[in-house]
Design a protein around this ligand. Structure first.
Ligand code: F0G
Length: 529
């Protein structure tokens, strides 16, 4: 393959065009630590300081030497990579290592079973599928109970020991009421079954915060708040109700508004009456402890508390998506405990593969686990030998020296945040906010839709200002960072633990540079004209 070959324009050409307009269409030829390298006109390598970090998948840095050496060793010794349907002791050891960490972070012994997958969205969908299996089993138990109650009541009616109460017909929406007790009972049951069948045929609902991002596959994109990603594909999967993070009380209100019941019968003193049984409308509450793609927003503790309280009250599982915030990025393996959030499920991906393998996992709490799921969910590539062993190595590195890398992520994050706050204090008219935890930070720029300079104004109005800022930082300062698709004015920083103080200084200079240009509304310099 020749990297200099002319492009055919067949691999997502529209995206390539957009990258070009904002100077981001750079080809990288090498990656190491916190740097990517491109070639200049003379064919010499130029280092670019990377704050995108493979969208958070290279917490240990690009091509971490230990991971690469280990990967090489595995390949050299002809490790069986694809040996489906055989004993997978590597995956078992990985699940055990994850459990040991979870036990420490939770402070209790409850086990989590692991279902492996290949990407973040796939892990989310595996978790959601398992939660739906759990819900359908609960629905089946409910309908079995109702069927048994109906048969018991029928026997009493046949024996002349019970009759349908008048009010029961009203409850079940039955207008024709036969005089004969058995026919009356049959009419009541038909009414109940009509109501229940209507309810049972409705798809489940999900709960998620506004700003959520959980992937772009058919199911996961419906849990992703951004309309542009979600709306065209609405008909393909079950829907979520999105709740603002600053309105914890809206969780209960939403649940109450969607409440639904199945009808059941009870016989009291010879009278057959209709009673409500709460129907499990919601499949799961899915949330990130710190929203990443949504623009770096931490779940407030009151919101986390209300999620747990409401979900426990209605028997709805909580899926905590740590695909971006997990693996030590925020200073501890999971970000959820610091947010006061306990997951019935956790999803991990991105840095789990050490920046070398593609792997992900859904971890499911023992008290919620259905082992039959293992027979109905699988993927050719999931749980492969190579990815599992690389992930084990990643955990070993993270846990080494009493968690030195977690501490490093926390310290680096505090240093970065202090620097960002100083730049914001200098340019409050340009930078609106800086926020985040550990190596998961955001710098929000003020909207410039009303800028005097037409170039700046037009970019802001079309939602590309953040990308143009990224283009400037890359072109002028060899610093790589982007906004996200859902928070176009917020630059997201997800560097690796290999970032140095020099790197922080370089970013400071770069940000001060772009802030000066934006303050001066120097459209020409901004766009490199
Ligand atoms: N969940 C979270 C919290 C994510 O941040 C992402 C991806 C996914 C799930 C889906 O993972 O891409 O491996 O299928 N986030 C990206 C981002 C794309 O911009 O941060 P995937």
């Amino acid at each position: 393959m020749n990297p200099g070959a002319p492009e055919t324009g067949l691999a997502e050409p529209h995206l390539a065009e957009i990258l070009k307009t904002v100077s981001l269409d750079v080809e990288y030829v090498r990656a190491a630590g916190n740097h990517l390298f491109r070639l200049d006109d003379n064919g010499r390598e130029v280092p670019v300081l990377d704050f995108v970090g493979g969208f958070g998948s290279v917490l240990l840095g690009h091509n971490d030497p230990e991971i690469v050496a280990y990967a090489r060793k595995l390949l050299d010794k002809q490790l069986p990579i694809h040996a489906q349907f055989s004993r997978a002791s590597h995956a078992d050891r990985l699940a055990a290592a994850l459990n040991e960490i979870l036990r420490r972070e939770h402070g209790d012994d409850e086990r989590y079973f692991a279902i492996f997958a290949n990407s973040g969205a796939e892990a989310v969908e595996a978790a959601v599928k398992h939660a739906e299996l759990d819900r359908t089993l609960r629905v089946a138990a409910l309908t079995d109970g109702i069927a048994a109650n109906v048969e018991a009541a029928r026997a009493l009616v046949r024996a002349g020991r019970a009759v349908v109460a008048d009010g029961a017909f009203d409850r079940a929406g039955v207008r024709e009421r036969p005089q004969d007790p058995e026919a009356g009972f049959d009419a009541l049951v038909a009414g109940i079954e009509r109501h229940n069948a209507h309810r049972l045929s409705a798809p489940p609902l999900f709960l998620a915060p506004e700003g959520a991002f959980h992937g772009k596959l058919m199911g996961s994109v419906q849990l992703t708040h951004n309309e542009a990603f979600r709306a065209p594909f609405r008909s393909l999967a079950a829907q979520a109700r999105f709740i603002p993070l600053d309105q914890p009380e809206a969780i209960r209100k939403t649940v109450d508004a969607e409440r639904a019941v199945l009808y059941d019968v009870v016989v009291v003193d010879g009278s057959v009456t209709v009673v409500d049984r709460d129907f499990p409308v919601f499949c799961a509450f899915v949330l990130e402890p710190i929203q990443g793609e949504g623009g770096i927003h931490e779940v407030p503790p009151e919101f986390a508390r209300e999620v747990r309280r409401t979900c426990d009250a209605i028997g709805c599982p909580v899926i905590v998506d740590e695909i971006q915030s997990g693996m030590g990025r925020t200073g501890s393996f999971l970000a959820a405990p610091a947010a006061g959030l306990r997951g019935d499920y956790y999803t991990l991906a991105k840095s789990l593969g050490g920046g070398v393998a593609k792997t992900s996992v859904a971890l499911i709490r023992e008290s919620h686990y259905h082992k039959e799921f293992e027979l109905v969910h699988s993927s050719t590539f999931a749980k492969d030998g190579f990815s599992s062993l690389i992930a084990l190595k990643v955990l070993e590195l993270l846990e080494a020296d009493g968690g030195a890398l977690y501490r490093r992520a926390g310290e680096l994050g505090r240093g970065l945040l202090a620097m960002l706050e100083a730049v914001r204090a200098e340019f409050p008219d340009v930078i609106k906010d800086v926020r985040g935890r550990g190596l998961m930070l955001g710098v929000e720029f003020h909207d410039r839709s009303d800028a005097e300079a037409p170039a700046v104004r037009d970019l802001a109005r079309s939602g590309f200002l953040g990308y143009a800022v990224a283009g400037y930082l890359l072109r002028e300062h060899a610093v790589r960072l982007f906004p996200t698709g859902s928070a176009v004015n917020t630059l997201r920083l997800e560097p690796s633990v290999r970032l140095t103080d020099d790197g922080i200084d370089q970013l400071r200079t770069a940000l001060r540079g772009v802030c000066s240009v934006l303050r001066a509304e120097d459209g020409q310099r901004f766009l490199g004209g």
